[in-house]
Design a protein around this ligand. Sequence first.
Ligand SMILES: C[S@@+](CC[C@H](N)C(=O)[O-])C[C@H]1O[C@@H](n2cnc3c(N)ncnc32)[C@H](O)[C@@H]1O
Length: 265
Amino acid sequence: MADTSELAKGYTLLNSTQYSAGLFLLSRLAIPPGSHVLNIGCGPGDLTAHIASLVGPTGSATGIGPSPERIALAQKLTPTQPNLTFHLGIAEDLSRFPSGSFDVVFVNSTLHWVEDQPRAMHEFARVLKAGGRLGISGGPGDYTTAQERIMAEVMSREPYSAYVEEIPSRFLKRREMEGLLDEAGFSQQGREIVVNRIVKVARDGEAMIEWLDASSGGKTYGGISVGSPLRARAMEEMKREWDKVTSEEGIRVEMELLVTVAVKE
Ligand SMILES: C[S@@+](CC[C@H](N)C(=O)[O-])C[C@H]1O[C@@H](n2cnc3c(N)ncnc32)[C@H](O)[C@@H]1O
């Protein structure tokens, strides 16, 4: 990732959209006190800390994520909550956790960044206890959002098109999600997939891009590295595209998140 400590700090201030989506997923999971929960792609740890308070002192919340900048912020939260821990790592390799060690695996606004999604799903199944539950909330793979359209359109122009993103994000369509769950051994019984309709509101194009950049750990500009002057140029072009869809009230992007709860056999 092209993450920086500024983007990581910025995410904590700007992530109300993802935080609310996480609360919706938590309402679907209704996690009982005493549960042991693994939060995949925990970012700066605010949702993991909330989960730690939900499960109480007999439960635990563990966060894992690949960004040292975000894990460093998250680790600042642990002294106040003894049942809260964070680790640097990726969804595809949960080998630090023994099989059958969690009641719930929680994945909010993260799966689209995971390079090897089938492998990650197998890892989620492995670390869950029998009867344990996987909760995933993520962007819509069944249609293209305004932000995907604008990013793709600008990044297809010269000279940006030469900087191909190493690992592009990939939202799952509903049937792809079903296929991955089946393949990883999640039961069809008790599986629930619902749509969470949300609206992302931003003051203007600049605010929208700031949110996208903090949310993606700097991946708004394809393969253009952090510090390259091309980023500022691409950002100006993206802002002009957002201006076209900005009204007096600012920008409103309606999104349908796919929210999945599945049970390990
Ligand atoms: C939009 S943020 C969501 C953070 C948090 N889950 C939330 O809901 O606020 C996406 C997160 O995915 C993480 N991520 C990216 N690739 C990952 C991977 N392979 N495994 C686990 N997490 C990953 C990033 O570090 C980032 O924190």
